[in-house]
Design a protein. Structure first.
Length: 239
């Protein structure tokens, strides 16, 4: 029997977090342990543990559960932050960084972090600037392996999170995606399920380093994850 890979997840209530939980249900050798600020309904069939604690206690939780990898899908929106730059930064930069530091102190070697296409600390766009600053800060925290995912427009149903602009963009994505070429190709839409498959696959890798994954790279990682599932299913059938 394969060794169980324990993976901590913060941001479990968001689109990517919920997809990670659902995707992990497909295998028996991965266990997701969610760490959250509040209780929240889990996807149907979820096989996982959920710890509820204030962020300042997350380090203690990490020390207790001793996961191999942390998947960070934390993030707010401009609307949820009240269109306040400081409030936005407190979540997408400060909370992410504090969580990462607590993870390293607890002995977690790997981090998979969901960022955004176009993230750049030099950007004139506040959202992308903060994402880029967060990526830069995470590179200095001390993880053995750091995987940064930069998805374009995320496709998938959100729970209690109406984003009219994103909904319209998703509807238009079949027409808009082919028009986005060159440097704009990274902003093409991508299914949240693909991002979650990539996140889980990358979370199990051992090679050290810092890796940035655009849509195409995440699709490759997701294919490798699905191929792994097929091999496991074949092995199970063969007994």
């Amino acid at each position: 029997m394969s060794e169980i890979c324990r993976i901590a997840l913060v941001g479990a209530t968001g689109l990517i977090g919920r997809r990670v939980i659902e995707t992990s249900n497909d295998v028996d050798d991965v266990r997701i342990i969610g760490v959250s600020r509040r209780e929240a309904p889990l996807p149907d069939g979820a096989r996982m543990e959920m710890y509820v604690a204030t962020p300042d206690k997350w380090g203690e939780v990490f020390e207790t559960i001793k996961p191999r990898t942390l998947i960070c899908a934390l993030g707010t929106t401009w609307k949820k932050s009240g269109r306040d730059e400081e409030a936005f930064r407190k979540v997408d930069h400060d909370l992410v960084l504090a969580t990462a530091e607590a993870a390293v102190e607890a002995g977690i070697a790997n981090l998979v972090m969901v960022s955004s296409a176009g993230a750049d600390w030099r950007s004139k766009t506040f959202y992308l600037k903060v994402k880029g600053e967060t990526e830069t800060a995470l590179s200095k925290v001390g993880f053995k392996r750091l995987d940064i995912l930069r998805p374009g427009l995320l496709r998938g149903p959100r729970t209690n999170d109406l984003r009219v602009g994103e909904k319209l963009a998703m509807i238009a994505s079949p027409v808009l995606d082919p028009m986005l070429g060159g440097k704009w190709a990274s902003y093409r839409s991508i299914d949240a399920r693909v991002v979650s498959e990539a996140a889980l696959g990358l979370a199990m890798r051992k090679a050290a380093g810092r890796f940035i994954h655009n849509n195409d790279a995440m699709k490759r990682a997701a294919r490798e994850w699905r191929q792994r599932l097929e091999r496991l299913e074949q092995q199970a059938e063969q007994g």
